[in-house]
Design a protein around this ligand. Structure first.
Ligand SMILES: [Zn+2]
Length: 262
């Protein structure tokens, strides 16, 4: 517990006050570089300043503030990809190449170790957190969505289920979790009040996961609250979002969301 608090504190300090936004990055990378005039005759001619790197370049690891342009929000293999009703997975039938087992489910390799650490930390805290679903293919999401439409109609289905090609589960970066001691609330609003639901709301971000859909952000995300749906974004971005008071990827990156498919 002490370690977690310290890490979160460090991230808060690093991210606080010096956040690089995409528009700020452009200004930073294009700033003029002063070149000293040549005074000696034996010195080699000054080397011209190197051109500024593109804003999509890999961030320098030692830069203390997070570079929000440092990873793609479009590429479905990026841990920062933003998928919602306005932003489908592209290509629509994308399937990750590096899925690994997590219990009975599969997730991206990058998700695995932090998920295992999160489950272990929950267990240490006396919470029986379990993974109920991970990667879902385009085809399986189509089955789920069509079933929801069949049972509840299109309007209600679209409140609670993504159209195929619009689910974060297709990226292998999302997991749905449950409480082994109270499975009656699995996939239901009451999950948020179970020990597991309360624990992930307080601690999932320590391990790089967001509770993606909350009652407060549903207008932005376009989905009803799902206290069980955790989206992996990595510890750096999760820590930045917490210190900045942001709960959605849409607001973090200035990207569209909302409940309506364009
Ligand atoms: Zn989910």
């Amino acid at each position: 517990m002490t370690t977690v608090v310290v890490v979160a504190g460090v991230l808060g300090v690093l991210a606080g006050g010096a956040v690089l936004r995409p528009w700020a990055v452009t200004g930073t990378t294009s700033r003029a570089v002063a070149v000293a005039p040549t005074t000696g005759t034996s010195s080699p001619p000054p080397t011209p300043a190197a051109p500024a790197p593109p804003v999509t370049a890999t961030p320098t690891p030692l830069v203390p503030a997070i570079d929000l342009a440092g990873q793609s929000t479009e590429d479905p293999s990026s841990t920062w990809v933003v998928v919602n009703k306005s932003r489908p997975v592209a290509p629509l039938d994308f399937e990750p190449a590096d899925l690994v087992g997590l219990g009975d489910e599969r997730v991206r390799t990058v998700v695995h170790d932090d998920a295992v650490a999160m489950l272990a930390a929950a267990s240490t805290a006396g919470v029986q957190l379990t993974v109920l679903s991970g990667f879902r293919s385009y085809a399986s999401q189509r089955e789920i969505f069509d079933s929801m439409v069949g049972h509840h109609g299109v309007a209600e289905a679209e409140q609670v289920s993504a159209r195929p090609g619009h689910s974060e589960h297709q990226t292998g970066l999302a997991v749905d979790v449950g409480d082994l001691t109270d499975p009656s609330c699995d996939f239901l609003p009451c999950f948020a009040t179970t020990p597991a639901g309360l624990w992930v709301a307080a601690h999932a971000q320590d391990f790089g996961f967001l509770v993606r859909y909350t009652p407060e952000n549903s207008a932005v995300t376009g989905y009803a609250a799902e206290g069980w749906h955790l989206r992996y974004v990595g510890r750096e971005l999760a820590g930045h979002m917490r210190s900045a008071g942001l709960t959605t990827l849409e607001e973090t990156f200035g990207l569209p969301g909302g409940p309506v498919y364009p």
